[in-house]
Ligand binder design. Structure first.
Ligand code: C5P
Length: 223
């Protein structure tokens, strides 16, 4: 086999959900299987990148050829990502919980007969993509995902700007699409220069195409 297009480049990928504890036995979380993020990590590794995958709690196996760091909470995911800078490429695929529980308890909260349920106080989690997109050691290529149920292009373009990303991979995750938890994905690539619509593909095919897209575009990106 000849030289690989991403040889010598370092990539950080996030994948899966985060779990935000309420107490030692309960948590709140986003829905995410980790399938797309894990597939992207593997695809980048196949093109020669040195890949660190920071994964939230998932039930799928670690991908081959990738260093995997397992985390639970958004703050742990952020710390693991930042600790692995500098990198050339960042692909933030994780479905990070927007909020964590501010009223979390070290002990299991007991159900008290006859008492009202305890209130959950939430506080904002760090935005990992936005942190990386504006970091002093910003990777040359920063890619984010956008799961939307409406106005996919407009929301994706706004996200590109706000998060400091070079590319937003947007998909419509309306329940009728079956994308959530499924093996297929239909995405639109949103950059400053426009929108590219990809056909319905398997998540592995999306990963391979995205890795190839990254290989072409990381070359021209300013160091
Ligand atoms: O704002 P929204 O959550 O829709 O943005 C999605 C993108 O931002 C994804 O790439 C996701 O991984 C990333 N993100 C993040 N940290 C958060 C929220 C989202 O890295 N706290």
């Amino acid at each position: 086999s000849g030289p690989k297009p991403l040889s010598g480049l370092k990539a950080i990928v996030t994948s899966g959900p985060t779990h935000e504890p309420i107490d030692p036995v309960r948590y709140i979380a986003n829905r995410s299987s980790g399938k797309q993020g894990h597939a992207i990590a593997a695809a980048l590794a196949r093109l020669g990148a040195e890949v660190t995958l920071v994964s939230g709690p998932v039930t799928i196996p670690d991908p081959h050829g990738v260093r995997v760091l397992h985390v639970e909470r958004a703050e742990e995911m952020r710390d693991a990502v930042i600790a692995n800078l500098p990198a050339d490429i960042a692909v933030m695929v994780a479905a990070v919980a927007d909020w964590r529980v501010a009223s979390g308890s070290d002990q299991k909260i007991k159900k008290q007969p006859g008492e009202a349920p305890p209130p959950l106080l939430l506080t904002e989690n760090p935005d990992i993509l936005k942190t990386v997109g504006h970091h002093a050691q910003r990777p040359r290529l920063v890619v984010g995902f956008a799961a939307e149920t409406q106005d996919v292009d407009a929301n994706g373009r706004a996200k590109l700007e706000r998060k400091g990303a070079d590319l937003i991979v947007a998909n419509d995750v309306s329940p009728e699409t079956g994308i959530m938890g499924g093996d297929r994905n239909r995405v639109r690539l949103i950059t400053k220069s426009g929108v590219e619509d990809w056909p319905d593909l398997s998540k592995d095919e999306v990963a391979d195409r995205l890795a190839a897209w990254i290989a072409t575009h990381v070359q021209g990106a300013p160091a």
